[in-house]
Design a protein around this ligand. Structure first.
Ligand code: CA2
Length: 148
């Protein structure tokens, strides 16, 4: 079975614990379970890696090359300044879905810019946890489109 990689950046491991008014009460484990269930319904496996370190995310992206068919990534605050993660993603061959729980454009000005968007296939943001199954669905659609 083909494998999708779901990547979670810094502090996402705290979801459900603090700032519920912004990020909701769902835990990261719940979000991963919902993404995995959608992937499996569509006939795909889903691997999940969470790291609070830039290098951990970059290593996971390198490890996905020639092995995973698509990446769904919520890069956390790295979204706004990690050229290293953008470069790593640019080395990946398949579709890349950038995913955010919050609508970052409704928040502080420093969150308005993403250095990831230019290397992503597309972005899902602002729908809270509902964005996770949607991101998996569009990643699978892009994979199937490329192989049909
Ligand atoms: O909206 C998103 O998904 C973000 O990627 C979440 C990041 C934030 O830095 C981005 O600007 C937008 C934050 C990750 C979660 O941070 C938490 C902090 C405290 C408690 C719970 C989560």
């Amino acid at each position: 079975m083909a494998t999708l990689l779901l990547l979670s950046g810094p502090n996402l491991n705290l979801l459900g614990d603090r700032e519920p008014e912004i990020y909701g009460t769902t835990t990261l484990a719940d979000l991963v379970a919902s993404a995995r269930s959608t992937a499996e319904q569509l006939g795909f496996d889903l691997e999940h890696v969470q790291s609070n370190a830039e290098g951990g995310l970059i290593d996971a992206i390198h490890n996905a090359r020639h092995r995973c068919v698509a990446i769904v990534i919520n890069p956390g605050a790295f979204t706004h300044y990690s050229y290293a993660i953008a470069d790593a993603l640019a080395s990946f061959d398949g579709p890349i879905v950038e995913l955010h729980l919050s609508n970052t454009h409704r928040r502080e000005p420093w969150r308005h810019r993403s250095v990831i968007t230019p290397v992503a296939t597309g972005v899902i943001m602002g729908f809270g946890g509902d964005g996770y199954p949607i991101a998996v669905q569009v990643a699978v659609a892009k994979v199937l489109e490329a192989t049909s």
